[in-house]
Design a protein. Structure first.
Length: 403
């Protein structure tokens, strides 16, 4: 019997060489449901000052990009087991509102930043188009745990070459964001993707930064800067058109680190050593042996835990399209001598359903509270939350110690 068990383990190691037997692989369907609808995306969560969780996400009764797409919030007081009825941040009867990212200030106010088609642009060259990435970059805030939301404010998204050369010559901007804003010292920074051509072409990275939103309550006095300096966003011309879904972590001091997706089968990375004003030419995110982290055209999501552990979500294969986002994998990183080095991945979460429509898993968020960790994730129809066993995190930490 022992011999048979060893042979079985050896077989599994052969077909899934990156899975360790000491970890727990989570089943998406075992997670608690945040919300179910025709379309549910980017369920991002902030922990409020009283310990409750506020989740903001994009939804509609139809498919992604259809009419009625809007943003909502929901509250959980039992760490994701149950959720309140949703509160509309923007109405489904208005222009498309999408890709909402929440941020909680130290004093408790929660902001949400999102794309809003304020000019209601619905056609290009006389043809109807998907329009949920067009328009204004907006935000609202809540001071009552999401029970109500403020009036809408518009961010100063300055026009750059990507806008001036797009299909509307800058009269309409094409953009979206994924992830959550990052606090570092007196700053708050979040990433976005601009497109230079409709639709999903000529992507590049930009970063909104504020040096006083953590404490300033008067919206007229909040400072905003769009980085990097100049007219060109973050991209590598050798990486082609698809350079999208930038997100970032703070390393220390003025050092920031960003990753994003390509359609070349790998994750791209870049570093800033002057607080986002300039960035290194993007390269490939790599393991210790200098091979690249493989990923299809899917969101690679990066976090830094309270204890300083860098984690990255990706799909651990070299596909070039939108498919095969199941399972989701985690690797851990070590910052050394101005470079990020990644461990091999562990499989984190899977779904038995392998279909393109409902089996894919993406746009996760990491929630950390009282030494415990959870992952929120969507299959585009249901947003779920599931606790990550502590042994998975300990395993990743041990792997970084060996780098």
């Amino acid at each position: 019997m022992n011999t048979m068990k060893l042979l079985f383990k050896a077989f599994l190691l052969f077909i899934l060489p990156n899975i360790s037997f000491s970890q727990a692989v989570l089943n998406f369907d075992d997670g608690y449901s945040i919300y179910e609808n025709g379309y549910v995306d980017q369920p991002y969560i902030v922990v409020l000052n009283d310990g409750a969780w506020l989740c903001a996400f994009t939804t509609s009764s139809g498919i992604e990009g259809s009419s009625g797409q809007h943003i909502v919030s929901s509250l959980s007081s039992d760490r994701g087991k149950t959720w309140s009825d949703t509160v509309q941040i923007e109405s489904p009867s208005g222009p498309a509102a999408s890709w909402v990212m929440p941020y909680k200030t130290p004093y408790g106010r929660v902001y949400v930043f999102y794309s809003f088609n304020g000019d209601n642009i619905t056609s290009l060259n006389g043809k109807s188009i998907r329009n949920d990435m067009l328009g204004w970059y907006c935000y609202k805030y809540t001071d009552d745990m999401g029970k109500s939301w403020s009036e809408r404010y518009r961010l100063p998204l300055r026009k750059t070459n990507a806008d001036l050369n797009n299909d509307w010559k800058g009269d309409v901007q094409i953009f979206w964001g994924i992830g959550k804003p990052v606090e570092h010292d007196n700053y708050m920074t979040f990433a976005l993707t601009k497109l230079g051509r409709y639709m999903l072409e000529d992507g590049e990275g930009w970063f909104f930064q504020s040096d006083n939103i953590q404490t300033e309550k008067n919206q007229d006095k909040i400072n905003w800067t769009l980085l990097p300096d100049g007219m060109e966003g973050l991209r590598n011309p050798d990486f082609g058109s698809v350079q999208e879904e930038f997100n970032l972590v703070h390393i220390d001091g003025d050092t920031l680190y960003s990753v994003y997706r390509t359609d070349l089968g790998f994750i791209a990375e870049s570093k800033s050593f002057d607080n986002g004003h300039s960035w290194s030419l993007p390269g490939k995110a790599k393991y210790q042996d200098k091979t690249e982290l493989k990923n299809p055209r899917a969101c690679p999501r990066i976090w830094k835990t309270k204890k300083g552990l860098y984690l990255i979500w990706y799909h651990n294969h070299g596909g070039t399209g939108f498919a095969n986002r199941n399972p989701g994998w985690l690797a851990a990183g070590k910052w050394e001598d101005g470079e990020m080095v990644w461990t091999q991945a562990i499989a984190l979460i899977y779904r038995k359903d392998k279909s393109y429509k409902t089996g894919r898993l993406s746009y996760p968020d990491l929630i950390e509270q009282d030494g415990a960790y959870w992952i929120s994730v969507t299959n585009k129809e249901t947003g779920r939350i599931i606790e990550i066993p502590k042994k998975n995190i300990r395993q990743l930490k041990r792997m970084t110690n060996k780098l």
